[in-house]
Write a protein that binds this ligand. Sequence first.
Ligand code: MG
Length: 378
Amino acid sequence: MRLLSGASSHVGLVRRQNEDSFVVGGGIFAVCDGMGGARAGEVASEAACRALIRLPEAGAVDPKSLERAVHEANADIVAKSRQDRGLHGMGTTMTAAVVTPAGLAFVHVGDSRAYHLRDGAFTQVTDDHSLVAEMVRRGQLTPAQAAVHPHRSIITRALGTEDAVEPDVFEIPLNPGDRVLFCSDGLSGMVPQDQIGRLLGQGDDPQAIADSLVEAALENGGEDNVTVVVIVVASDDPPLEGPPGDATAAFGPVRRHPVAENGTGAKAGFGRGNMLSRFGSRRVLVVAGVVMALLVVALVVFAVFNSTVYFVGTSAGSVVLFRGMPVAPLGVEFYSSVEVSPTRYETLLPYQRTRVDAHELITKDEGIRFVRSLGSGQ
Ligand code: MG
């Protein structure tokens, strides 16, 4: 069995950094979609991919060592996020596979996906570890509702966020002519599934297919980093030199040598999108948005309340009726004068001073009555 592969990654049209990473070739294929503030997401996804490329050369990689690599990657990311406060809370998805005699052995955590295309039958082979996918499985949402749900970005399992991770582990057999796609949610969230299936089936060059999938995500808005790895199982078995899909990772250094001798027909590479995220940041942004909205509501409520209360105090020795609260945090006064009495504070009787000094919150009418009563000798 000869596998031809291609890969492409793009920052997208909205994000400023690309936090996706991928591995292609050497008998190992993976897409990792990092999350976390600042640059933490890309640190997490890169650490996950590096754990994979440390695996032995293809042929010696078995599903068990792939699983071990996942647990090592998890421990590595957890340790990094504990050592560096700037990386705290980072994590990454991982959808990865190694070549086995019969097909591909997968490990999968998060909401990146793998799809399989055979004879026009296009199926998603991974289950999303996401809030909306779980709601669909429980019958609480339809797939169509999940696709547009405001919380569709929340994932329920990731590498690096807990001490222990439980990846899905499974194997799929491959036949000549089959195609396999690994992608981050920047593709699956932007391009309808039937269109993804159509594009995966078009032409025989896996790199051209990968490019066309990324292009489709960008045409539909490119709201997230988009990364794809495409495998085409050659339908014949000619000599391996110069296979059309001899793809190296589009970005980043090549980490492995061609491994045509074992029949994968692709160089291995490791890469990240061509510029600088994923939303790990998405959840951070949602939380930040909610906090901002609550702050704005609190400020509006305070401003309304502040405009309806009054108190009596002094300014430059005179008794003054103020509107607002008698507070001035950091020198910012939350009050303004409404009426200045001609009466000087030092001329007040003791009980009047006590009342002025109390800064008691009162109504406007009460305040005006009190201030005017001072001048009338009451
Ligand atoms: Mg993403």
